[in-house]
Design a protein around this ligand. Structure first.
Ligand code: ADP
Ligand code: MG
Length: 323
């Protein structure tokens, strides 16, 4: 089992950012209101994620580390309408197979919690613990037993930038959740979780809506788009400042990125891109997230229709500002 988990880890867990993404997505799936992410040494020494979500029942704690054990989908039919960020049951076993992992968790119903300690996929300790409500996962010594993976990591600064990038986008997709990200004792991000996207935008990019960002909102019978895009004068030299979230899941889509730029038309200079956050709500049946283990590639039915809607939405918002 450990070998299969290590192979899966090769697909799901490429770098510290992938660990952070999977853990935070689990916290979001657990309905957390507050998620604290604490890193040491770009996540290579420690990644800790603390949430106040539903918690894991004592009897399910070891099960959560079994491959394809997911509490989130029960039948094949669910696979075509995934509402949670996770559903493959691969992340925890994959992470535990290549690191030292301690989980402490307690559900609301239980009077006491439990902890489990695994290293390289083997359970070392499992015992009762006086935990607080929610889940706390600590991942240490990532890739200690896969030296090749360790060797191919980027510089600590790049790995940290990748983590920050993923946390930023998860925070943008969930303004109702209070996020904090701390690295080597220094705070890198703090959102208040008041449900306002403006607050998250200002925490991450330092931009204030009204002066630099304009609201976007439009819908048709299939899609509902809301968010903010920057004034044409506020641009960046890379597409990385465009975040597209589909039902709260950050996705990569060239077609949709192109649609954002197309909304600006000739107002964008060559090689410049806007800052934009668009949350797109659609029926869960219109999106297939089961395309790639990292779940960032999705297949959207009617993607061309959505692209046109994004373009029209941005055009309308710019026009309403006489831009
Ligand atoms: P998946 O998210 O695809 O179901 P994971 O390996 O990421 O698989 O997690 C396995 C299971 O562990 C989840 O289905 C969930 O039941 C439980 N779990 C993991 N993290 C948390 C958390 N932070 N809060 C509550 N339950 C969790
Ligand atoms: Mg998961």
């Amino acid at each position: 089992a450990v070998l299969a988990d290590q192979i899966a880890a090769g697909e799901v867990i490429e770098n510290p950012a992938a660990v952070v993404k999977e853990l935070v997505e689990n916290s979001l799936d657990a309905g957390s209101h507050r998620i604290d992410i604490i890193l040491e040494e770009s996540g290579l020494a420690t990644i800790q994620v603390i949430d106040d979500g539903s918690g894991i029942a004592v009897d399910d704690l070891a099960l959560a580390f079994k491959r394809h054990a997911t509490s989130k989908i029960t039948g094949k039919k669910d696979l075509f309408r995934v509402q949670t960020l996770g559903f493959r049951g691969e992340a925890l076993p994959s992470i535990a197979s290549v690191a030292d992992v301690i989980v402490e968790s307690k559900t609301t119903a239980a009077s006491a919690g439990a902890m489990i300690h695994l290293r390289g996929g083997e359970i070392l300790v499992q015992e009762a613990a006086a935990s607080r409500q929610g889940t706390q996962i600590t991942v240490r010594d990532l890739f200690f037993n896969t030296p090749v993976r360790l060797k191919y990591l980027k510089s600590p600064n790049t790995e940290l930038a990748n983590i920050t990038d993923i946390v930023n986008r998860l925070a943008l997709g969930h303004p109702e959740v209070a996020f904090s990200l701390t690295h080597n004792g220094r705070s890198l991000l703090q959102t208040v979780g008041n449900g306002k996207l403006q607050q998250v935008l200002s925490a991450i990019y330092g931009v204030t809506t009204a002066r630099q960002m304009i609201p976007v909102g439009r819908q048709d019978q299939d899609f509902q788009i809301s968010g903010f895009v920057s004034l044409p004068k506020l641009t960046r030299a890379s597409r990385n400042y465009i975040s597209l979230l589909i039902n709260g899941r950050y996705v990569k889509s060239h077609t949709l990125l192109r649609a954002v730029a197309a909304g600006y038309g000739s107002k964008l200079m060559v090689g410049r891109y806007p800052l934009a956050v668009l949350n797109i709500e659609l029926d869960f049946q219109l999106v297939d997230v089961n395309v790639h283990p990292t779940k960032q590639e999705v297949r959207i039915s009617k993607e061309e229709q959505l692209a046109q809607l994004i373009k029209a939405a941005i055009q309308a918002s710019l026009a309403s500002e006489n831009l």
